[in-house]
Design a protein around this ligand. Structure first.
Ligand code: TYD
Ligand code: MG
Length: 453
């Protein structure tokens, strides 16, 4: 049969295919991420194909019970534990704590008499032992070995029957000896993952793939793997603090955008149950430019401190610097404030920071951001024990948002007394004084900001 040999270039970050090498990927706009792939294909040969039996949806039994790790934050992010036979991708920056989390999760699972195999392509068995000593799980019956050869891993898994969970740390170190490219390249990562997923689906084993991610896309894999797995979890955090957030980006068996919060300690990761408290270090002290925002992350209400600093500058191009929020959204809020509140920010640098390293995605934070900016601009703190939430429209109107009662309830739990929020007609059963704000310009009167600041 005639074989067609083509060379194509695949983006390491998003997996899009290009016929020619270019410096910048057209699809994800990242630089220097295209790698050459040989693609030999021939037309379909259906000699070995067979007719597949149909299943009836009605008569198919639901899957077995979920496997609980009893690490509440982890189970919740997975949508209530691991679904037997499913594939999880655990991604995150190198050094963020993926291997530690994985070892802790496996240690909890084996407690419930499940059989786990931990394959490390990065660390020796001795090194894993040292880590397990440190986090206090060295007595657990986890089977481990160190290998990077997918063929050997699959043979080992087949030989040891009754395995419930296979964990691979990390997929970037794995290779298939049938491919010429080096480990870590997109074709190796994709093919290794494909082979591992195939065998674990056949044997009804849970597969956890650890994958390194870097923002500049210099490490191959994650985006390509996202399509192949059932659940994608990202472990995030800032190096400057010890809090780590596990976030579900995709979940075939549960809600997405669910988060779990952990604190990194010398003895491993600890769950953070009362998240609002850790993200409110200045709660109770009134500081110019600080606003407390009542957010919802997944299904969890969480109070966050938003800090703004508005400072004069002589530069013609003032700085807008944002950590933990969307840069474009900040520009929009500044424009709304200029137009609706008559303040001038053209000669001011504006810095915005979400305390604790969490990233806010909700537009519901608009009103809190606007309040923090106004508070810094007028050099007057916002009232004590006050929550703020609401979305802003372009003409400065405050729009209702989802789950307002849940946000108020969390505020009440944390001892807040006032809420500044969009107009709505629900029955307020909390003893929080609700201040309904129709237009962002009302904030100036409500917070008593004086214009000669
Ligand atoms: P590690 O789990 O190896 O990160 P990754 O697998 O994502 O590369 O953790 C990185 C380092 O941080 C390692 O030296 C151990 C340390 N660490 C702690 O000391 N405590 C913790 O709770 C965690 C998660 C990590
Ligand atoms: Mg690791």
């Amino acid at each position: 049969m005639k074989k067609n040999k083509t060379i194509q270039y695949t983006c390491n970050l998003c997996g899009s295919i290009h016929s020619k090498w270019v410096g910048k990927c057209d699809n994800c706009e990242s630089w220097n991420t295209l790698y050459e792939e040989n693609n030999n294909f021939s037309s379909l040969n259906d000699k070995n194909s067979k007719v597949i039996e149909l299943n009836s949806l009605k008569q198919t039994k639901s899957t077995k019970k979920r496997i609980l790790t009893n690490i509440r934050e982890f189970d919740q992010v997975c949508g209530g534990g691991l679904v037997p036979g499913s594939v999880i991708l655990l991604g995150g920056d190198p050094g963020i704590g993926k291997s530690t989390l994985l070892l802790q999760v496996l240690a909890k699972i084996v407690d419930d008499k499940y059989k786990c195999i931990y394959v490390s392509g990065e660390e020796s068995v001795q090194q894993i032992k040292i880590r397990s000593d440190r986090i206090g799980v060295s007595e657990k019956t986890i089977s481990l070995f160190s290998s990077t050869d997918v063929g050997s891993i699959i043979k080992t898994v087949k030989k040891n029957n009754n395995i419930d969970i296979l964990a691979i740390d990390s997929i970037q170190t794995m290779f298939l000896n049938t491919l010429e490219s080096a480990p870590g390249t997109i074709s190796q990562v994709r093919s290794s993952a494909q082979e591992l997923i195939k065998i674990t689906k056949n044997l009804d084993i849970n597969l956890i793939l650890v994958s390194h991610v870097t923002k500049d896309g210099q490490i191959a894999g994650p985006r390509v793997l996202e399509h192949m797995v059932d659940t994608v979890l990202y472990f995030e955090g800032e190096n400057s603090n010890d809090y780590r957030v596990l976030r579900s980006i995709k979940n075939r068996f549960g809600p997405t955008d669910e988060i779990g919060i952990f604190e990194m300690t010398s003895l491993g990761l600890h769950e953070v149950i009362n998240a609002s408290q850790i993200f409110l270090p200045n709660h109770g002290t009134q500081i110019n430019g600080n606003a407390i925002y009542a957010g919802i992350e997944g299904t969890r209400p969480i109070l966050l401190e938003i800090q703004a600093l508005v400072a004069s500058t002589s530069h013609s191009n003032p700085r807008r610097s944002v950590i933990g929020w969307d840069n474009n959204r900040l520009s929009m809020i500044l424009a709304i404030l200029e137009k609706s509140c008559g303040i001038s920010l053209g000669n001011k640098d504006v810095y915005l920071n979400v305390v604790g390293g969490l990233k806010i995605k909700e537009t519901a934070a608009d009103l809190a951001v606007a309040s923090a900016i106004l508070s810094s601009y007028f050099a007057k703190p916002l009232p004590n024990k006050s929550l703020i939430f609401g979305e802003l429209g372009l003409s400065g109107e405050v729009r209702p948002i989802k789950q307002m009662i849940k946000r108020l309830n969390e505020g009440k739990k944390q001892g807040f007394k006032n809420a500044y929020m969009p107009p709505s007609n629900f029955e307020n059963k909390n003893n929080i004084a609700v201040n309904k704000i129709n237009k962002v310009s009302q904030l100036i009167e409500v917070f008593n900001f004086t214009r000669n600041a």
